[in-house]
Design a binder for this molecule. Structure first.
Ligand code: DHB
Length: 296
């Protein structure tokens, strides 16, 4: 009863592992499959390997995390190897997340990920922690999506930054460029200061805020995207930690929900959300389709 069709990709349930936390290796893909995730998004991958920003690169606050990871990742070649070797043993679909610095890189990385077995591509143009490949590329999202769209025939998702002002124009333009769906939202640019040391806490100084603090922002983005594009695929991501949070995203219009920051407390959150949603729907005699976008 919890199956989801995400732009043509079949998920056994709506809980998608968000990019950035655990989707980095064959072993983790297999583990997340066993834990029952509906889909797994890889860490955003760059063309070349990256070691990331100086430590400390994450700080935990009472309402979420601020990270300045700087896209540490093994590069497209090794990421594809990890996916390729896991795929024969997986029942969960993999969403390959790319952080390209050019249309050429976007095209090449998307094609390699699909060849390795990814079921969809997520284009991340909004990491707050890197100047060359991050949020400064938001204005070029249309160009990057067009490049990917020419190259692959799997669904293309765009990770949406909460710093976009005009959500309607942004998602319309990307949809016309070939985006099949949106993952809303990415982290909010943020900063934390150590008052005793009188210095920024993070090695990268500025970072991205995730977790419960951003949830109402993410719900608003999902709602606005759904009102703009009634048929597009949407993964509602940002502070989802319980089945109620997931239900809220779906009622705002999401097809699926991303879980990232909540995984710091353990993988049991996946099953808690799935079981909670199932009980809620069963008790009320409803389906996911009945509640998706139900709020006026
Ligand atoms: C990173 C952080 C993000 O918030 C993001 O969306 C992508 C990448 C990072 O610094 O690795």
């Amino acid at each position: 009863m919890l199956e989801v069709d995400l732009a043509g990709v079949k998920l056994r349930n709506p809980v998608v592992i968000a990019s950035g936390i655990l989707g980095v290796s064959r072993g983790l893909f297999l583990r997340l499959d066993r834990e029952g995730a509906g889909a797994v998004t890889t860490k955003s991958v760059t063309f070349e390997p990256r070691s990331g920003n100086p430590m400390p690169n994450v700080v935990e606050l009472e309402f979420g995390l601020v990270n300045s990871m700087g896209i540490p990742n093994p590069g497209i070649g090794i990421m594809c190897e990890e996916i390729r070797s896991a795929i024969p043993h997986l029942s969960v679909p993999i969403i390959g997340s790319i952080a390209p610095s050019s249309a050429e890189e976007a095209r090449t990385m998307a094609s390699l990920l699909v060849e390795a077995g990814a079921s969809a591509v997520e284009v991340n143009t909004s990491c707050p922690n890197v100047s060359d490949i991050g949020i400064n590329l938001v204005n070029r999202s249309v160009e990057l999506v067009k490049a990917v769209d020419r190259e692959v025939n799997v669904p293309i998702l765009v990770k949406v930054t909460p710093h976009v002002q005009d959500v309607q124009s942004f998602v319309r333009a990307l949809h016309e460029a070939g985006a099949d769906g949106f993952t809303a939202v990415n982290t909010l640019k943020a900063m934390v200061i150590d008052v005793d040391l009188m210095r920024p806490v993070l090695g990268g100084v500025i970072g991205g805020l995730s977790g419960p603090a951003v949830r109402p922002v993410a719900v608003r983005f999902v709602y606005e995207i759904r009102k703009t594009l009634p048929d597009v695929a949407i993964i509602g991501t940002g502070g989802v930690e319980s089945w109620r949070d997931a239900a809220e995203m779906i009622m705002a219009g999401a097809n699926a929900v991303g879980v990232g920051t909540a995984l710091r407390k353990g993988l049991k959150v996946i099953n808690e959300i799935v079981d909670g949603l199932r009980s809620f729907l069963t008790e009320r005699g409803l389906t996911l389709d009945d509640i998706r976008g139900i709020v006026p």
